[in-house]
Design a protein around this ligand. Structure first.
Ligand code: SAM
Length: 230
């Protein structure tokens, strides 16, 4: 990854173009658009892909994983309806880019990645981008992170067979969780809002994500199946 910090790069014009692209695709949340306009995505992609960093596309980051498409991530962030005051949990750190966006929208972000090498590179990229309010944990995110629960919002960046029950349990009252859920070969993005012990579920449309592997996700063999996805 290139070692340049926030504000000291020459990619501002590319970020502004990406923001316009997302606006044209229906992203309306101004805080989300501002975060995309500020976070140096080129620090979160492999050096050989720097020239594609501000295209609205997913890109490979190694270990069979991807940094997701910016418009999909923006849709996620918009659906979380963050207050700007609560703690957020992300499952699937990947490159660390979405965590960096979350760090502009929330004072306190916890992100969990199951693959140690990716978690290490993500930590370095977050440091290079000057992000200080993200805790990166290596482990199985399907069990959440109880020591810092409850969370105002939880975002899951990989598709499981269902929404992991421990994550619902770690959501505060009124909190929102956004996750892709697989149904056969199809996947849909769902938003769950907690109301006491009731969980309201909405379908936000079709998506394509890598599998969520873990105790409350798919078994490990699922990681080796299928084609590259966002
Ligand atoms: N948010 C990421 C970004 O901005 O680059 C993209 C995430 S990528 C689409 C999905 C990630 O979820 C992969 O890095 C994968 O290793 C991770 N993952 C899959 N199952 C997981 C689990 N149970 N716990 C934590 N991470 C998991």
């Amino acid at each position: 990854m290139a070692a340049r910090g926030l504000g000291s790069d020459s990619f501002g014009g590319y970020r502004a173009r990406l923001v316009e692209d997302l606006r044209a695709k229906g992203i309306r949340d101004l805080a989300v658009l501002q975060a995309v306009g500020e976070v140096p995505r080129h620090l979160f992609v492999p050096d050989v892909l720097t020239h594609q960093a501000y295209d609205d596309t997913s890109l490979p980051i190694g270990h069979g994983q991807t940094i997701s498409q910016p418009s999909t991530q923006a849709l996620y962030l918009q659906a979380l309806e963050l207050s700007g005051r609560g703690r957020v949990l992300e499952i699937g750190t990947g490159s660390g880019y979405q965590a960096a966006l979350l760090a502009r929208l929330s004072p306190d972000v916890v992100t969990i990645e199951r693959l140690g090498p990716l978690a290490r590179v993500a930590k370095e990229a977050l440091a290079a981008a000057g992000v200080r309010n993200v805790l990166v944990i290596t482990g199985d995110g399907t069990i959440g992170w109880r020591p810092l629960a409850p969370y105002e919002a939880i975002v899951v960046a990989a598709a499981g067979p269902s929404v992991p029950a421990p994550l619902l349990d770690q959501l505060e009252d009124g909190g929102r969780l956004v996750a892709p859920v697989a149904q056969g070969r199809a996947q849909s993005l769902v938003r769950v809002t907690r109301r006491g012990e009731t969980f309201e579920r909405e379908d936000l449309g079709p998506v394509q994500f890598v599998p969520l592997i873990g105790r409350h996700g798919f078994p490990r063999e699922a990681a080796d199946e299928g084609k590259p996805r966002t």
